[in-house]
Design a protein around this ligand. Structure first.
Ligand SMILES: Nc1ncnc2c1ncn2[C@@H]1O[C@H](COP(=O)(O)OP(=O)(O)OP(=O)(O)O)[C@@H](O)[C@H]1O
Length: 593
Protein backbone atom coordinates (compact mmCIF):
# COMPACT_ATOMS: atom_id res chain seq x y z
CA UNK A 1 0.00 0.00 0.00
CA UNK A 2 1.35 3.46 -0.87
CA UNK A 3 2.25 5.88 1.92
CA UNK A 4 -0.61 8.19 0.91
CA UNK A 5 -3.17 5.38 1.02
CA UNK A 6 -1.88 4.15 4.34
CA UNK A 7 -2.27 7.62 5.82
CA UNK A 8 -5.80 7.97 4.45
CA UNK A 9 -6.58 4.56 5.94
CA UNK A 10 -5.18 5.68 9.25
CA UNK A 11 -7.33 8.84 9.29
CA UNK A 12 -10.38 6.70 8.58
CA UNK A 13 -9.38 4.34 11.35
CA UNK A 14 -9.10 7.20 13.83
CA UNK A 15 -12.47 8.56 12.66
CA UNK A 16 -14.09 5.20 13.35
CA UNK A 17 -17.19 5.67 15.51
CA UNK A 18 -17.23 9.44 14.98
CA UNK A 19 -17.89 9.84 11.26
CA UNK A 20 -21.59 10.46 11.87
CA UNK A 21 -20.84 13.06 14.55
CA UNK A 22 -18.51 14.81 12.18
CA UNK A 23 -21.09 14.75 9.39
CA UNK A 24 -23.75 16.30 11.68
CA UNK A 25 -21.19 18.91 12.80
CA UNK A 26 -20.36 19.82 9.17
CA UNK A 27 -24.04 20.02 8.15
CA UNK A 28 -24.95 22.12 11.19
CA UNK A 29 -22.01 24.42 10.49
CA UNK A 30 -23.12 24.86 6.87
CA UNK A 31 -26.66 25.66 8.06
CA UNK A 32 -25.27 28.36 10.40
CA UNK A 33 -23.15 29.82 7.60
CA UNK A 34 -26.07 29.73 5.16
CA UNK A 35 -28.40 31.45 7.63
CA UNK A 36 -25.82 34.08 8.55
CA UNK A 37 -25.34 34.95 4.92
CA UNK A 38 -29.05 35.91 4.80
CA UNK A 39 -28.52 38.73 7.32
CA UNK A 40 -26.88 41.20 4.85
CA UNK A 41 -29.81 40.55 2.47
CA UNK A 42 -32.27 41.41 5.24
CA UNK A 43 -30.34 44.64 5.87
CA UNK A 44 -30.28 45.33 2.14
CA UNK A 45 -34.06 45.08 1.79
CA UNK A 46 -34.64 46.99 5.03
CA UNK A 47 -32.44 49.91 3.91
CA UNK A 48 -33.82 49.91 0.36
CA UNK A 49 -37.41 49.71 1.62
CA UNK A 50 -36.83 52.75 3.85
CA UNK A 51 -35.08 54.73 1.07
CA UNK A 52 -36.53 53.13 -1.98
CA UNK A 53 -40.00 54.72 -2.36
CA UNK A 54 -42.81 52.69 -3.91
CA UNK A 55 -40.82 49.60 -4.94
CA UNK A 56 -40.58 48.37 -1.35
CA UNK A 57 -43.65 50.16 -0.03
CA UNK A 58 -45.17 47.12 1.61
CA UNK A 59 -41.92 46.24 3.39
CA UNK A 60 -41.33 49.78 4.60
CA UNK A 61 -44.76 49.70 6.22
CA UNK A 62 -44.11 46.29 7.76
CA UNK A 63 -40.55 46.52 9.03
CA UNK A 64 -41.43 44.08 11.80
CA UNK A 65 -41.22 41.30 9.16
CA UNK A 66 -37.51 42.10 8.77
CA UNK A 67 -37.05 42.21 12.52
CA UNK A 68 -38.81 38.86 12.84
CA UNK A 69 -36.60 37.40 10.09
CA UNK A 70 -33.48 38.64 11.90
CA UNK A 71 -34.66 37.02 15.14
CA UNK A 72 -35.51 33.80 13.27
CA UNK A 73 -32.07 33.71 11.61
CA UNK A 74 -30.35 34.35 14.96
CA UNK A 75 -32.39 31.61 16.66
CA UNK A 76 -31.86 28.88 14.06
CA UNK A 77 -28.26 29.80 13.44
CA UNK A 78 -27.59 29.70 17.22
CA UNK A 79 -29.19 26.25 17.50
CA UNK A 80 -27.21 24.96 14.52
CA UNK A 81 -24.02 26.46 15.93
CA UNK A 82 -24.63 24.66 19.21
CA UNK A 83 -25.13 21.36 17.36
CA UNK A 84 -22.02 21.89 15.28
CA UNK A 85 -19.81 22.72 18.29
CA UNK A 86 -21.14 19.85 20.41
CA UNK A 87 -20.75 17.29 17.64
CA UNK A 88 -17.30 18.55 16.62
CA UNK A 89 -16.16 18.10 20.21
CA UNK A 90 -17.58 14.54 20.21
CA UNK A 91 -15.92 13.71 16.89
CA UNK A 92 -12.60 15.34 17.84
CA UNK A 93 -12.34 13.72 21.25
CA UNK A 94 -13.28 10.34 19.83
CA UNK A 95 -10.66 10.80 17.10
CA UNK A 96 -7.98 11.66 19.68
CA UNK A 97 -9.02 8.75 21.89
CA UNK A 98 -8.75 6.30 18.98
CA UNK A 99 -5.36 7.74 18.12
CA UNK A 100 -4.05 7.41 21.70
CA UNK A 101 -5.38 3.84 21.95
CA UNK A 102 -3.77 2.89 18.63
CA UNK A 103 -0.44 4.47 19.59
CA UNK A 104 -0.31 2.90 23.02
CA UNK A 105 -1.16 -0.61 21.86
CA UNK A 106 1.24 -0.29 18.93
CA UNK A 107 4.14 0.88 21.11
CA UNK A 108 3.46 -2.15 23.32
CA UNK A 109 4.03 -4.44 20.34
CA UNK A 110 7.08 -2.78 18.82
CA UNK A 111 10.25 -4.86 18.91
CA UNK A 112 13.03 -4.15 21.40
CA UNK A 113 15.31 -3.12 18.55
CA UNK A 114 12.90 -0.31 17.72
CA UNK A 115 12.83 0.82 21.36
CA UNK A 116 16.64 0.75 21.47
CA UNK A 117 16.71 3.17 18.54
CA UNK A 118 14.25 5.68 19.98
CA UNK A 119 14.34 7.98 22.95
CA UNK A 120 11.60 7.59 25.55
CA UNK A 121 11.02 11.37 25.71
CA UNK A 122 10.41 11.48 21.99
CA UNK A 123 7.97 8.56 22.11
CA UNK A 124 6.07 10.21 24.97
CA UNK A 125 5.95 13.48 23.08
CA UNK A 126 4.55 11.80 19.97
CA UNK A 127 1.89 10.08 22.08
CA UNK A 128 0.89 13.27 23.95
CA UNK A 129 1.78 16.68 22.40
CA UNK A 130 1.48 15.50 18.80
CA UNK A 131 -1.88 13.86 19.52
CA UNK A 132 -2.96 17.16 21.13
CA UNK A 133 -1.95 19.20 18.05
CA UNK A 134 -3.97 16.88 15.81
CA UNK A 135 -6.92 16.89 18.21
CA UNK A 136 -6.89 20.72 18.23
CA UNK A 137 -6.89 20.78 14.46
CA UNK A 138 -9.77 18.31 14.19
CA UNK A 139 -11.81 20.10 16.88
CA UNK A 140 -11.19 23.71 15.83
CA UNK A 141 -9.95 23.90 12.24
CA UNK A 142 -11.14 20.96 10.19
CA UNK A 143 -14.73 22.18 10.29
CA UNK A 144 -13.48 25.64 9.40
CA UNK A 145 -12.20 24.29 6.08
CA UNK A 146 -15.71 23.18 5.05
CA UNK A 147 -17.26 26.35 6.44
CA UNK A 148 -14.82 28.60 4.57
CA UNK A 149 -15.37 26.90 1.23
CA UNK A 150 -19.16 27.11 1.68
CA UNK A 151 -19.02 30.71 2.88
CA UNK A 152 -16.87 31.82 -0.05
CA UNK A 153 -19.24 30.11 -2.51
CA UNK A 154 -22.43 31.57 -0.95
CA UNK A 155 -20.96 35.07 -0.48
CA UNK A 156 -19.69 35.25 -4.06
CA UNK A 157 -23.07 34.00 -5.29
CA UNK A 158 -24.79 36.83 -3.42
CA UNK A 159 -22.21 39.42 -4.49
CA UNK A 160 -22.34 38.47 -8.16
CA UNK A 161 -26.14 38.68 -8.04
CA UNK A 162 -25.81 42.30 -6.85
CA UNK A 163 -22.84 43.73 -8.81
CA UNK A 164 -20.58 41.84 -11.19
CA UNK A 165 -17.85 44.51 -11.50
CA UNK A 166 -17.36 44.88 -7.75
CA UNK A 167 -17.45 41.09 -7.34
CA UNK A 168 -14.59 40.66 -9.82
CA UNK A 169 -12.54 43.16 -7.86
CA UNK A 170 -13.05 41.15 -4.65
CA UNK A 171 -12.39 37.95 -6.59
CA UNK A 172 -9.01 39.34 -7.70
CA UNK A 173 -7.88 39.48 -4.09
CA UNK A 174 -8.69 35.80 -3.37
CA UNK A 175 -5.79 34.22 -5.34
CA UNK A 176 -3.41 36.82 -3.91
CA UNK A 177 -4.37 35.85 -0.33
CA UNK A 178 -4.49 32.12 -1.20
CA UNK A 179 -1.04 32.22 -2.84
CA UNK A 180 0.35 34.26 -0.01
CA UNK A 181 -1.02 31.70 2.53
CA UNK A 182 0.37 28.75 0.57
CA UNK A 183 3.87 30.25 0.45
CA UNK A 184 3.67 30.83 4.16
CA UNK A 185 2.43 27.23 4.69
CA UNK A 186 5.46 25.83 2.87
CA UNK A 187 7.83 28.12 4.71
CA UNK A 188 6.56 27.21 8.12
CA UNK A 189 6.04 23.42 7.75
CA UNK A 190 9.76 22.55 7.96
CA UNK A 191 10.23 24.84 10.94
CA UNK A 192 7.46 23.12 12.86
CA UNK A 193 9.20 19.77 12.35
CA UNK A 194 12.42 21.22 13.77
CA UNK A 195 10.51 22.77 16.68
CA UNK A 196 8.78 19.46 17.42
CA UNK A 197 12.07 17.58 17.35
CA UNK A 198 13.57 20.18 19.70
CA UNK A 199 10.60 19.64 22.05
CA UNK A 200 11.27 15.89 21.95
CA UNK A 201 14.91 16.48 22.94
CA UNK A 202 13.82 18.77 25.74
CA UNK A 203 11.36 16.16 27.09
CA UNK A 204 14.11 13.54 26.94
CA UNK A 205 16.40 15.65 29.14
CA UNK A 206 13.58 16.25 31.65
CA UNK A 207 12.58 12.58 31.63
CA UNK A 208 16.18 11.34 32.04
CA UNK A 209 16.76 13.72 34.92
CA UNK A 210 13.53 12.79 36.67
CA UNK A 211 14.22 9.05 36.44
CA UNK A 212 17.95 9.34 37.04
CA UNK A 213 17.71 11.90 39.84
CA UNK A 214 19.78 9.74 42.22
CA UNK A 215 22.66 9.41 39.77
CA UNK A 216 22.57 13.14 39.02
CA UNK A 217 22.77 14.00 42.75
CA UNK A 218 25.24 11.25 43.65
CA UNK A 219 27.71 12.39 41.01
CA UNK A 220 27.08 16.11 41.56
CA UNK A 221 26.00 16.53 37.93
CA UNK A 222 23.28 19.09 38.66
CA UNK A 223 25.25 21.97 37.10
CA UNK A 224 26.12 19.96 34.00
CA UNK A 225 22.51 18.80 33.60
CA UNK A 226 21.19 22.34 34.14
CA UNK A 227 23.52 23.64 31.46
CA UNK A 228 22.45 20.86 29.13
CA UNK A 229 18.82 21.76 29.80
CA UNK A 230 19.45 25.54 29.35
CA UNK A 231 21.09 24.81 26.03
CA UNK A 232 18.20 22.69 24.74
CA UNK A 233 15.65 25.08 26.24
CA UNK A 234 17.32 28.10 24.59
CA UNK A 235 17.40 26.33 21.24
CA UNK A 236 13.72 25.42 21.68
CA UNK A 237 12.72 28.97 22.70
CA UNK A 238 14.69 30.48 19.80
CA UNK A 239 12.93 28.24 17.31
CA UNK A 240 9.55 29.35 18.62
CA UNK A 241 10.60 33.01 18.66
CA UNK A 242 11.57 32.69 14.99
CA UNK A 243 8.26 30.98 14.27
CA UNK A 244 6.47 33.79 16.16
CA UNK A 245 8.30 36.46 14.11
CA UNK A 246 7.41 34.67 10.91
CA UNK A 247 3.75 34.47 12.00
CA UNK A 248 3.81 38.19 12.92
CA UNK A 249 5.10 39.01 9.46
CA UNK A 250 2.37 36.91 7.90
CA UNK A 251 -0.41 38.56 9.87
CA UNK A 252 0.99 42.07 9.27
CA UNK A 253 1.24 41.68 5.50
CA UNK A 254 -2.11 39.87 5.49
CA UNK A 255 -3.69 42.87 7.27
CA UNK A 256 -2.34 45.19 4.61
CA UNK A 257 -3.72 43.09 1.74
CA UNK A 258 -7.19 42.73 3.27
CA UNK A 259 -7.20 46.43 4.25
CA UNK A 260 -6.63 47.25 0.57
CA UNK A 261 -9.45 44.88 -0.36
CA UNK A 262 -11.91 46.65 1.98
CA UNK A 263 -10.81 50.11 0.78
CA UNK A 264 -11.17 49.06 -2.86
CA UNK A 265 -14.74 47.83 -2.29
CA UNK A 266 -15.78 50.91 -0.31
CA UNK A 267 -14.31 53.43 -2.76
CA UNK A 268 -15.50 51.68 -5.93
CA UNK A 269 -18.80 50.66 -4.32
CA UNK A 270 -19.48 54.26 -3.30
CA UNK A 271 -18.72 55.37 -6.87
CA UNK A 272 -21.08 52.69 -8.24
CA UNK A 273 -23.79 53.83 -5.79
CA UNK A 274 -23.34 57.47 -6.86
CA UNK A 275 -23.72 56.40 -10.52
CA UNK A 276 -26.84 54.46 -9.63
CA UNK A 277 -25.36 51.08 -10.60
CA UNK A 278 -26.02 49.72 -7.15
CA UNK A 279 -28.64 50.67 -4.53
CA UNK A 280 -27.56 51.86 -1.08
CA UNK A 281 -28.98 48.68 0.46
CA UNK A 282 -27.04 46.54 -2.01
CA UNK A 283 -23.87 48.53 -1.33
CA UNK A 284 -24.26 47.97 2.42
CA UNK A 285 -24.95 44.24 1.87
CA UNK A 286 -22.00 43.99 -0.53
CA UNK A 287 -19.63 45.66 1.95
CA UNK A 288 -20.96 43.33 4.61
CA UNK A 289 -20.27 40.18 2.49
CA UNK A 290 -16.83 41.53 1.70
CA UNK A 291 -16.03 42.00 5.41
CA UNK A 292 -17.49 38.58 6.23
CA UNK A 293 -15.21 37.06 3.59
CA UNK A 294 -12.09 38.85 4.77
CA UNK A 295 -11.68 36.83 7.94
CA UNK A 296 -12.21 33.31 6.65
CA UNK A 297 -9.86 34.03 3.74
CA UNK A 298 -7.36 35.60 6.12
CA UNK A 299 -7.93 32.66 8.45
CA UNK A 300 -6.98 30.40 5.58
CA UNK A 301 -3.37 31.14 6.52
CA UNK A 302 -4.03 30.09 10.10
CA UNK A 303 -5.90 26.97 8.95
CA UNK A 304 -3.02 26.14 6.65
CA UNK A 305 -0.42 26.74 9.33
CA UNK A 306 -2.43 24.64 11.82
CA UNK A 307 -2.88 22.09 9.08
CA UNK A 308 0.88 22.06 8.56
CA UNK A 309 1.43 21.62 12.29
CA UNK A 310 -1.18 18.85 12.40
CA UNK A 311 0.35 17.34 9.25
CA UNK A 312 3.80 17.26 10.84
CA UNK A 313 2.35 15.78 14.03
CA UNK A 314 0.43 13.23 11.99
CA UNK A 315 3.66 12.24 10.21
CA UNK A 316 5.25 11.75 13.63
CA UNK A 317 2.33 9.66 14.86
CA UNK A 318 2.31 7.72 11.60
CA UNK A 319 6.04 7.07 12.04
CA UNK A 320 5.21 5.08 15.16
CA UNK A 321 2.08 3.41 13.79
CA UNK A 322 3.92 2.56 10.57
CA UNK A 323 6.77 0.80 12.39
CA UNK A 324 6.56 -2.95 12.07
CA UNK A 325 5.26 -4.80 15.11
CA UNK A 326 6.66 -8.01 16.51
CA UNK A 327 5.32 -10.85 14.36
CA UNK A 328 1.93 -12.12 15.43
CA UNK A 329 1.43 -15.87 15.44
CA UNK A 330 -1.65 -17.63 16.67
CA UNK A 331 -0.90 -18.93 20.15
CA UNK A 332 -4.04 -21.07 20.40
CA UNK A 333 -3.26 -22.97 17.22
CA UNK A 334 0.31 -23.59 18.40
CA UNK A 335 -0.85 -24.79 21.80
CA UNK A 336 -2.96 -27.45 20.11
CA UNK A 337 -0.03 -28.69 18.02
CA UNK A 338 2.66 -28.54 20.67
CA UNK A 339 1.07 -30.30 23.59
CA UNK A 340 3.65 -33.05 23.97
CA UNK A 341 6.78 -31.41 22.64
CA UNK A 342 8.33 -30.67 26.05
CA UNK A 343 10.64 -27.84 26.92
CA UNK A 344 14.15 -28.94 26.00
CA UNK A 345 16.20 -25.91 24.98
CA UNK A 346 18.76 -26.00 22.17
CA UNK A 347 21.13 -23.30 20.87
CA UNK A 348 22.86 -24.25 17.66
CA UNK A 349 25.75 -22.18 16.21
CA UNK A 350 24.25 -18.90 17.34
CA UNK A 351 26.09 -15.79 16.18
CA UNK A 352 24.51 -12.50 17.12
CA UNK A 353 25.23 -8.79 17.03
CA UNK A 354 22.93 -5.89 17.93
CA UNK A 355 22.11 -3.06 15.54
CA UNK A 356 25.70 -1.76 15.55
CA UNK A 357 26.76 -5.08 14.00
CA UNK A 358 29.47 -5.86 16.56
CA UNK A 359 29.43 -9.62 17.23
CA UNK A 360 28.23 -10.25 20.79
CA UNK A 361 27.79 -14.03 20.56
CA UNK A 362 29.90 -16.30 18.39
CA UNK A 363 29.11 -19.89 17.59
CA UNK A 364 27.19 -20.55 20.80
CA UNK A 365 25.96 -24.15 20.90
CA UNK A 366 24.51 -25.89 23.93
CA UNK A 367 21.40 -27.72 25.10
CA UNK A 368 19.40 -27.86 28.31
CA UNK A 369 17.20 -30.90 28.88
CA UNK A 370 13.79 -30.22 30.39
CA UNK A 371 13.81 -30.16 34.19
CA UNK A 372 17.55 -29.52 34.54
CA UNK A 373 19.42 -26.44 35.73
CA UNK A 374 21.99 -24.54 33.69
CA UNK A 375 24.29 -22.04 35.36
CA UNK A 376 25.90 -19.33 33.23
CA UNK A 377 29.01 -17.58 34.45
CA UNK A 378 30.80 -14.83 32.60
CA UNK A 379 32.32 -11.38 32.91
CA UNK A 380 30.34 -8.23 32.22
CA UNK A 381 29.44 -7.86 28.59
CA UNK A 382 30.24 -11.50 27.83
CA UNK A 383 26.74 -11.99 26.34
CA UNK A 384 24.86 -13.77 29.16
CA UNK A 385 21.77 -11.54 29.03
CA UNK A 386 21.86 -11.57 25.23
CA UNK A 387 21.45 -15.37 25.25
CA UNK A 388 18.33 -15.04 27.40
CA UNK A 389 16.90 -12.18 25.38
CA UNK A 390 17.27 -14.29 22.26
CA UNK A 391 15.59 -17.25 23.97
CA UNK A 392 12.66 -15.01 24.91
CA UNK A 393 12.66 -13.53 21.38
CA UNK A 394 13.05 -10.01 22.74
CA UNK A 395 15.60 -9.87 19.93
CA UNK A 396 15.28 -12.08 16.86
CA UNK A 397 17.91 -14.16 15.13
CA UNK A 398 18.15 -13.47 11.43
CA UNK A 399 18.90 -15.87 8.56
CA UNK A 400 22.34 -17.39 8.93
CA UNK A 401 22.72 -16.49 12.59
CA UNK A 402 22.08 -20.07 13.76
CA UNK A 403 18.94 -21.24 15.48
CA UNK A 404 17.33 -21.75 18.84
CA UNK A 405 14.86 -24.53 19.53
CA UNK A 406 12.29 -25.10 22.24
CA UNK A 407 10.90 -28.62 22.50
CA UNK A 408 12.71 -29.35 19.22
CA UNK A 409 10.89 -26.54 17.37
CA UNK A 410 12.62 -23.45 16.01
CA UNK A 411 11.52 -20.56 18.24
CA UNK A 412 10.95 -18.29 15.24
CA UNK A 413 7.98 -20.54 14.45
CA UNK A 414 6.61 -20.42 17.99
CA UNK A 415 4.18 -17.59 18.80
CA UNK A 416 5.77 -14.84 20.90
CA UNK A 417 2.88 -14.85 23.34
CA UNK A 418 3.40 -18.57 23.94
CA UNK A 419 7.14 -18.15 24.47
CA UNK A 420 6.75 -15.27 26.90
CA UNK A 421 4.13 -17.16 28.86
CA UNK A 422 6.33 -20.23 29.11
CA UNK A 423 9.74 -18.62 29.54
CA UNK A 424 9.58 -16.68 32.82
CA UNK A 425 12.35 -14.15 33.29
CA UNK A 426 13.62 -12.10 36.18
CA UNK A 427 15.66 -9.32 34.67
CA UNK A 428 18.87 -7.89 36.06
CA UNK A 429 17.22 -4.58 36.86
CA UNK A 430 13.64 -5.46 37.65
CA UNK A 431 10.99 -2.93 36.84
CA UNK A 432 8.22 -2.43 39.37
CA UNK A 433 5.01 -0.54 38.64
CA UNK A 434 3.86 2.32 40.89
CA UNK A 435 1.14 0.03 42.20
CA UNK A 436 0.74 -2.10 45.35
CA UNK A 437 3.19 -4.91 46.08
CA UNK A 438 0.34 -7.37 45.62
CA UNK A 439 -0.41 -6.03 42.15
CA UNK A 440 3.27 -6.05 41.26
CA UNK A 441 3.62 -9.73 42.16
CA UNK A 442 0.39 -10.62 40.41
CA UNK A 443 1.34 -8.66 37.26
CA UNK A 444 1.93 -11.91 35.36
CA UNK A 445 -1.21 -13.63 36.71
CA UNK A 446 -3.79 -10.98 37.65
CA UNK A 447 -6.35 -13.60 38.67
CA UNK A 448 -4.04 -15.18 41.31
CA UNK A 449 -5.45 -15.55 44.82
CA UNK A 450 -3.85 -13.77 47.76
CA UNK A 451 -2.65 -17.11 49.10
CA UNK A 452 -0.86 -17.91 45.83
CA UNK A 453 0.75 -14.43 45.81
CA UNK A 454 1.91 -14.90 49.38
CA UNK A 455 3.26 -18.38 48.67
CA UNK A 456 5.38 -17.00 45.80
CA UNK A 457 6.65 -14.21 48.07
CA UNK A 458 7.58 -16.78 50.72
CA UNK A 459 9.68 -18.79 48.24
CA UNK A 460 11.36 -15.55 47.17
CA UNK A 461 12.09 -14.83 50.88
CA UNK A 462 10.32 -11.46 50.77
CA UNK A 463 7.08 -12.26 52.64
CA UNK A 464 8.45 -11.25 56.03
CA UNK A 465 9.75 -7.89 54.78
CA UNK A 466 6.43 -7.17 53.04
CA UNK A 467 4.45 -7.97 56.20
CA UNK A 468 6.58 -5.38 58.04
CA UNK A 469 5.53 -2.61 55.64
CA UNK A 470 2.72 -0.35 56.97
CA UNK A 471 0.08 -1.76 54.63
CA UNK A 472 1.61 -5.19 54.07
CA UNK A 473 0.86 -6.47 50.57
CA UNK A 474 -1.27 -3.36 49.91
CA UNK A 475 1.74 -1.05 50.33
CA UNK A 476 2.31 1.15 47.32
CA UNK A 477 5.65 0.91 45.56
CA UNK A 478 7.43 3.99 44.19
CA UNK A 479 7.14 7.72 44.57
CA UNK A 480 3.84 7.74 46.44
CA UNK A 481 4.68 4.67 48.55
CA UNK A 482 7.51 2.71 50.01
CA UNK A 483 11.05 2.94 48.61
CA UNK A 484 12.41 -0.57 48.20
CA UNK A 485 16.02 -1.66 48.38
CA UNK A 486 17.64 -3.26 45.32
CA UNK A 487 17.43 -6.72 46.96
CA UNK A 488 13.76 -6.25 47.86
CA UNK A 489 12.94 -5.23 44.32
CA UNK A 490 14.75 -8.29 42.98
CA UNK A 491 12.89 -10.61 45.33
CA UNK A 492 9.49 -9.09 44.44
CA UNK A 493 10.40 -9.65 40.78
CA UNK A 494 11.34 -13.26 41.59
CA UNK A 495 7.99 -13.77 43.35
CA UNK A 496 6.25 -12.32 40.27
CA UNK A 497 8.00 -14.81 38.04
CA UNK A 498 7.36 -17.75 40.37
CA UNK A 499 3.65 -16.99 40.35
CA UNK A 500 3.73 -17.33 36.58
CA UNK A 501 4.62 -21.04 37.09
CA UNK A 502 6.45 -21.05 33.77
CA UNK A 503 8.07 -24.35 32.70
CA UNK A 504 11.30 -22.43 31.98
CA UNK A 505 12.60 -20.01 34.59
CA UNK A 506 15.46 -17.62 33.91
CA UNK A 507 17.18 -15.68 36.68
CA UNK A 508 19.37 -13.07 34.99
CA UNK A 509 21.74 -12.05 37.75
CA UNK A 510 18.63 -11.55 39.80
CA UNK A 511 20.16 -12.44 43.13
CA UNK A 512 23.05 -9.98 42.78
CA UNK A 513 21.60 -7.49 45.25
CA UNK A 514 20.84 -10.00 48.01
CA UNK A 515 23.42 -11.27 50.51
CA UNK A 516 24.92 -14.75 50.09
CA UNK A 517 22.79 -16.25 52.87
CA UNK A 518 19.51 -15.01 51.39
CA UNK A 519 20.74 -16.08 47.95
CA UNK A 520 21.25 -19.63 49.21
CA UNK A 521 17.89 -19.61 51.09
CA UNK A 522 16.05 -18.51 47.94
CA UNK A 523 17.80 -21.14 45.80
CA UNK A 524 16.94 -23.86 48.35
CA UNK A 525 13.26 -22.79 48.37
CA UNK A 526 13.32 -22.65 44.59
CA UNK A 527 14.67 -26.18 44.25
CA UNK A 528 11.94 -27.46 46.56
CA UNK A 529 9.24 -25.68 44.55
CA UNK A 530 10.61 -25.88 41.02
CA UNK A 531 8.20 -28.61 39.86
CA UNK A 532 9.59 -29.99 36.59
CA UNK A 533 10.80 -26.58 35.45
CA UNK A 534 13.99 -25.95 33.54
CA UNK A 535 16.04 -23.35 35.41
CA UNK A 536 18.69 -21.04 33.98
CA UNK A 537 20.74 -19.18 36.54
CA UNK A 538 22.96 -16.34 35.39
CA UNK A 539 25.34 -15.01 37.97
CA UNK A 540 28.76 -13.62 38.72
CA UNK A 541 28.77 -15.64 41.94
CA UNK A 542 30.14 -19.18 41.78
CA UNK A 543 28.17 -20.16 44.91
CA UNK A 544 24.94 -19.34 43.12
CA UNK A 545 25.79 -21.67 40.24
CA UNK A 546 27.73 -24.56 41.70
CA UNK A 547 24.74 -26.84 42.34
CA UNK A 548 23.50 -26.53 38.74
CA UNK A 549 23.42 -29.70 36.60
CA UNK A 550 25.62 -27.98 34.06
CA UNK A 551 27.60 -24.75 34.14
CA UNK A 552 28.54 -22.79 31.07
CA UNK A 553 31.38 -20.27 31.18
CA UNK A 554 31.11 -17.47 28.65
CA UNK A 555 34.00 -15.31 27.60
CA UNK A 556 33.50 -12.45 25.12
CA UNK A 557 30.55 -14.14 23.51
CA UNK A 558 32.04 -17.64 23.19
CA UNK A 559 31.57 -20.71 25.32
CA UNK A 560 34.87 -21.19 27.09
CA UNK A 561 34.01 -24.10 29.38
CA UNK A 562 31.03 -26.35 30.01
CA UNK A 563 30.47 -29.04 32.65
CA UNK A 564 29.41 -29.75 36.20
CA UNK A 565 30.98 -27.88 39.09
CA UNK A 566 33.29 -30.79 39.85
CA UNK A 567 34.36 -31.18 36.21
CA UNK A 568 35.11 -27.50 35.86
CA UNK A 569 37.06 -27.38 39.11
CA UNK A 570 39.24 -30.18 37.78
CA UNK A 571 39.82 -28.41 34.45
CA UNK A 572 41.84 -25.68 36.15
CA UNK A 573 40.42 -23.09 33.66
CA UNK A 574 38.64 -19.74 34.12
CA UNK A 575 35.93 -21.29 36.29
CA UNK A 576 38.52 -22.67 38.67
CA UNK A 577 40.28 -19.31 38.81
CA UNK A 578 37.06 -17.43 39.60
CA UNK A 579 36.16 -20.06 42.15
CA UNK A 580 39.49 -19.67 43.88
CA UNK A 581 39.22 -15.90 43.92
CA UNK A 582 35.63 -15.84 45.18
CA UNK A 583 35.79 -18.54 47.80
CA UNK A 584 37.59 -17.55 50.92
CA UNK A 585 39.05 -20.31 53.08
CA UNK A 586 36.12 -19.96 55.48
CA UNK A 587 33.54 -20.29 52.73
CA UNK A 588 35.22 -23.43 51.45
CA UNK A 589 35.22 -24.95 54.88
CA UNK A 590 31.56 -24.07 55.26
CA UNK A 591 30.77 -25.67 51.88
CA UNK A 592 32.65 -28.80 52.72
CA UNK A 593 30.80 -29.28 56.02
N1 LIG B 1 20.27 -3.53 23.28
C1 LIG B 1 21.56 -3.54 22.97
N2 LIG B 1 21.99 -2.87 21.88
C2 LIG B 1 23.30 -2.88 21.53
N3 LIG B 1 24.25 -3.54 22.21
C3 LIG B 1 23.88 -4.21 23.31
C4 LIG B 1 22.52 -4.25 23.74
N4 LIG B 1 22.45 -5.01 24.87
C5 LIG B 1 23.70 -5.43 25.11
N5 LIG B 1 24.55 -4.95 24.19
C6 LIG B 1 26.00 -5.22 24.10
O1 LIG B 1 26.16 -6.62 23.98
C7 LIG B 1 27.24 -7.08 24.76
C8 LIG B 1 26.76 -8.20 25.69
O2 LIG B 1 25.83 -7.66 26.60
P1 LIG B 1 25.05 -8.57 27.66
O3 LIG B 1 24.08 -7.68 28.37
O4 LIG B 1 24.53 -9.75 26.99
O5 LIG B 1 26.22 -8.99 28.62
P2 LIG B 1 26.16 -9.69 30.06
O6 LIG B 1 27.10 -10.82 30.00
O7 LIG B 1 24.77 -10.00 30.45
O8 LIG B 1 26.76 -8.52 30.96
P3 LIG B 1 26.42 -8.16 32.48
O9 LIG B 1 26.90 -9.28 33.32
O10 LIG B 1 27.22 -6.92 32.68
O11 LIG B 1 24.97 -7.96 32.51
C9 LIG B 1 27.79 -5.86 25.47
O12 LIG B 1 28.93 -5.42 24.77
C10 LIG B 1 26.71 -4.82 25.37
O13 LIG B 1 27.25 -3.54 25.25
Amino acid sequence: MSKKHRKADLVMRFFQGSKKYFLVAVLASLVTTGLNSLTPQIFRFTVDSVLGGDKYKYLSEHLWIMALMLVGVALFSGAALFLSRAYTAKAGENFAKNMRDALFSHVQRLPMEWHDRHQTGDIIQRCTSDVEVIRNFVVTQLLEVFRTVFLVAVSFGMMFSMNVKLSFIVLCFVPVVALYSTIFYRLIAGRFTTADEAEGELSTVVQENATGVRVVRAFGREKFEMERFYEKNNAFAELWIKLGTLSGLYWGIGDLITGLQVVAVIVLGAAEAVHGNISVGEFIAFASYNTTLVWPIRGLGRILSDMSKAGVSFERVDYIIGAEEEAYQDKKEYEDQSRDQGFDIGFSHVNYGYKDGKEVLSDVTFSIPQGSTLGILGGTGSGKSTIMQLLNRLYELKEGQGNITLGGKNISEIPLEWIRKNVGMVLQEPFLYSRTIKENIAASVPEASFEEIRQAAKIACIDEAIMNFPDGYDTLVGERGVTLSGGQRQRIAIARMLLQKAPIMVFDDSLSAVDSQTDSKIRKALLENRRDATVILISHRVTTLMSADKIMVLNQGSIEEMGTHQELIKQQGIYRKIYDIQMSQDDRMQMEV
